[in-house]
Design a protein around this ligand. Structure first.
Ligand SMILES: NC(=O)c1ccc[n+]([C@@H]2O[C@H](COP(=O)([O-])OP(=O)(O)OC[C@H]3O[C@@H](n4cnc5c(N)ncnc54)[C@H](O)[C@@H]3O)[C@@H](O)[C@H]2O)c1
Length: 336
């Protein structure tokens, strides 16, 4: 694929369901959105042959830097986030498709520090989480008191590290597999609770240990996954959402999540929303009025592409009369 020098070069790490979808979309529609494919890596290279142009196949992930990506998107496994996340951030912005990896507090801190050190952004796509931006706003205002997420799926859709589900039988109905903090749940079901992990990122004041979750196996759910989110604020304020995400039997990822990932990559939701991407950590210092202004930033920079272009430069820039006071290192892409 010809890539224009001005396009954002994307490296895709993982060629499972999500990776295949993203690669296909970038090859088909990327040029129209200013995106081009820099490489695709999969632990089994044979899976890529004939489907991805040879020159875009990366054989050895350790040599990713040679492909000079603007953004690396991980869509395979939290292990890869742990093994390569810091390296990725030393060269590129990094979208963590498996944010359950961030439940490791040491890794989480190191990734944030690396992003800050190298002036890169660690992106967490909203995936199957509905209302993440609202959760984040409540969190940032100091009003978020509690957050609970229940994820229910057909037993064939779970990939658990233990054998708690090894004896399931069709027709057995509903079984609560685990209830506890998201920090405890992530190692048990690293591929299944990324939505909870994204919520724990949005709810930074509660974090992975404060946000509570529950995973439920239900043989009735042969056509969709269910994500229930309960947000509690002050003085009796609460919001409860239920999201049904159509999904095939055995699929880790619900079908609506594919498009959600693509939108996270494009920042396309910006044109439909007052706020495009909310930056919890970004602080803009308006030199004239001496005010911190986050919302203005979001209005000014409505596309992720532009944001990335800006962040490839250094801090302390004057932008439209605003002085960038601190570089953000943790962004949360809005669900659409
Ligand atoms: N953020 C979210 O809301 C969200 C939603 C759905 C899926 N996910 C995550 O995104 C990732 C990809 O999802 P998917 O539906 O494409 O899954 P998938 O099972 O279809 O594909 C995963 C791919 O990664 C490879 N892989 C598995 N373990 C690996 C390892 N240890 N090292 C290297 N490669 C490995 C597999 O061979 C496969 O090619 C998963 O981690 C999944 O949990 C996140």
């Amino acid at each position: 694929m010809a890539s224009s020098s001005s396009s954002l070069r994307i490296g895709v790490v993982g060629y499972g369901h999500l990776g295949q979808y993203l690669v296909e979309r970038i090859l088909k529609d990327g040029a129209a959105h200013g995106l081009s494919l820099a490489f695709v890596w999969n632990r089994n290279t044979d899976k890529l042959k004939g489907l991805v142009p040879d020159e875009l196949i990366l054989g050895d992930l350790s040599s990713f830097a040679e492909r000079r990506c603007h953004v690396i998107v991980e869509v395979c496994h939290p292990h890869i986030v742990k093994e390569f996340g810091l390296h990725f951030l030393s060269h590129s912005h990094f979208m963590v498709g498996s944010p359950s990896a961030l439940s490791d507090s040491d890794l989480n801190l190191k990734l944030r520090q690396a992003a800050q050190q190298y002036g890169r952004t660690l992106y967490v796509p909203s995936g199957a989480l509905w209302g993440g931006q609202d959760i984040q706003r409540l969190n940032d205002s100091g009003a978020l008191k509690a957050l609970f997420i229940r994820m229910s799926k057909h037993p064939s859709c779970f990939r658990l590290t233990g054998d708690v589900l090894s004896d399931w039988t069709e027709g057995e109905g509903r079984r609560v597999l685990f209830r506890g903090s998201v920090a405890e749940l992530c190692p048990l079901a690293p591929n299944n609770v990324n939505t909870m992990a994204a919520a724990a990122v949005a709810a930074g004041s509660l974090g992975f240990t404060g946000v509570q979750g529950e995973i439920v196996s239900d043989t009735v759910l042969s056509d969709y996954h269910v994500v229930e989110v309960e947000v509690t604020g002050p003085n009796g304020f609460s919001v409860r959402t239920v999201r049904r995400n159509p999904a095939k039997l055995g699929a880790v990822t619900g079908s609506a999540t594919y498009n959600s990932f693509w939108n996270s990559l494009l920042g396309e939701s910006c044109s439909h929303s007052k706020y495009c991407i909310h930056f919890p950590e970004v602080k803009l210092h308006d030199v004239k009025t001496n005010q911190i202004n986050c919302n203005l930033w979001c209005r000014l920079y409505r596309s992720w592409k532009k944001i990335l272009n800006v962040f490839t430069k250094k801090t302390n820039m004057i932008l439209h009369g605003l002085k960038l006071q601190s570089i953000q290192f943790y962004a949360f892409n809005v669900h659409k």
